[in-house]
Design a protein. Sequence first.
Length: 222
Amino acid sequence: AVSAEIALAVAVMLVVGTLTAQAPARESLGTETREEVRVELTGDERGATLTIDPGTPGPNRFRIDIDGEPLSHDAAVLLRLSSSDQDTGEKEIAFAHGDANVYTYEGSELSLAGDWDFELIVRPPDAFEWRGYGNVAIGSVDVTPAQSTPSWVLSSRGGTSGLLLLVFGVVVVLTAWRTARPRYRMPLLAAGVAALAIGMVISALTRTELPGIVATVFARFG
């Protein structure tokens, strides 16, 4: 009986070593490449830079920085979008005035990947309107799948502590139940049950799915 308990303890500790050697599970499903893109809008009056963040199909944040002297706060700044790759028609969006010659907008007009043409239209209240043009390729989101990890892999150091307490509790309870003298049996059982309870609480808090392992051990060796 004693040799069986020793074999059980050794086997469970080997399981502990295997689990703690595994890489932790990733929290996200993958890593997305979502860098911003910039488009130079050239015209006969001024230049401007259109920044699209991220540079993938929407939703996106648009920002237009216009060169030169500050425009009137009442100037209308519009952007027309069309794609030669997709049959989306022409879309027109109005930008809100920010600081100096900075104009911003948020939306999902870039709904598909492909080549997009942009036409900037600036209409000052006290001057003729002027336009700028540019083109950019909007790519699809590049997602690198995360390597799957079994649900029983420990999620943290707290999970390791919980597992060690569970193992300790299992060994103590089985030893007390099978081999301990009567006067030592109840104190050992109490200590083992306490270790099991604390280990299960730590495992639950760290989302470690290990209580099922304890139940399996009891069913096999109990």
